[in-house]
Unconditional design. Structure first.
Length: 158
């Protein structure tokens, strides 16, 4: 991991100043036991950062990876018209998140309303030159997905 991220001691001090006291041991448990592996320490464990979904621009230091042929994106049905027009675009916080598992994408969609899972032809995108990155917690990241790579007809809607 690159040295990007917060200095652990500064984070702990800042939390304490705001009335939220957390020990280093508690932070270690939080990072280790987080079911989605949202956080990671630097190799020397002096810095901490989110694995993806930063609110500021961060070079995550991930190397491009070849994705599976199909990846999935979970969202809400209310976004379908926009998705059909422009596809998926990088948000203000982070790249587009994709999953290798339908169930995971479905759970993401549930958080946004009536869920829908959309298939992404990631293999074709990769062959066309799009770069994909895989986070340590299994989330695939990409800057954007053009509508031409989406399978909107076979949607999984509940």
């Amino acid at each position: 991991m690159s040295p990007v991220g917060a200095v652990v001691e500064d984070l702990l001090d800042g939390c304490a100043k705001k009335g939220f006291v957390i020990s280093r041991e508690e932070l270690d448990v939080l990072v280790a036991d987080n079911d989605k592996k949202r956080f990671q320490f630097s190799e020397d464990r002096t810095r901490i950062r989110a694995s993806q979904g930063h609110s500021i621009e961060v070079d995550l230091g991930y190397e491009p990876q070849v994705p599976p042929e199909i990846l999935y994106h979970g969202t809400a049905t209310r976004f379908l018209d926009s998705i059909k027009r422009i596809g998926f675009v990088k948000g203000s916080r982070h790249p587009v998140h994709l999953s290798a598992l339908v169930d995971t994408a479905y759970k993401v969609g549930l958080r946004h309303g009536k869920p829908v899972v959309i298939s992404v032809r990631a293999g074709e995108m990769c062959k066309a030159g799009t770069l994909f990155y895989l986070t340590p917690n299994g989330v695939w990241l990409v800057e954007a997905v053009s509508p031409q790579y989406l399978r909107i007809d076979g949607l999984l809607v509940s």
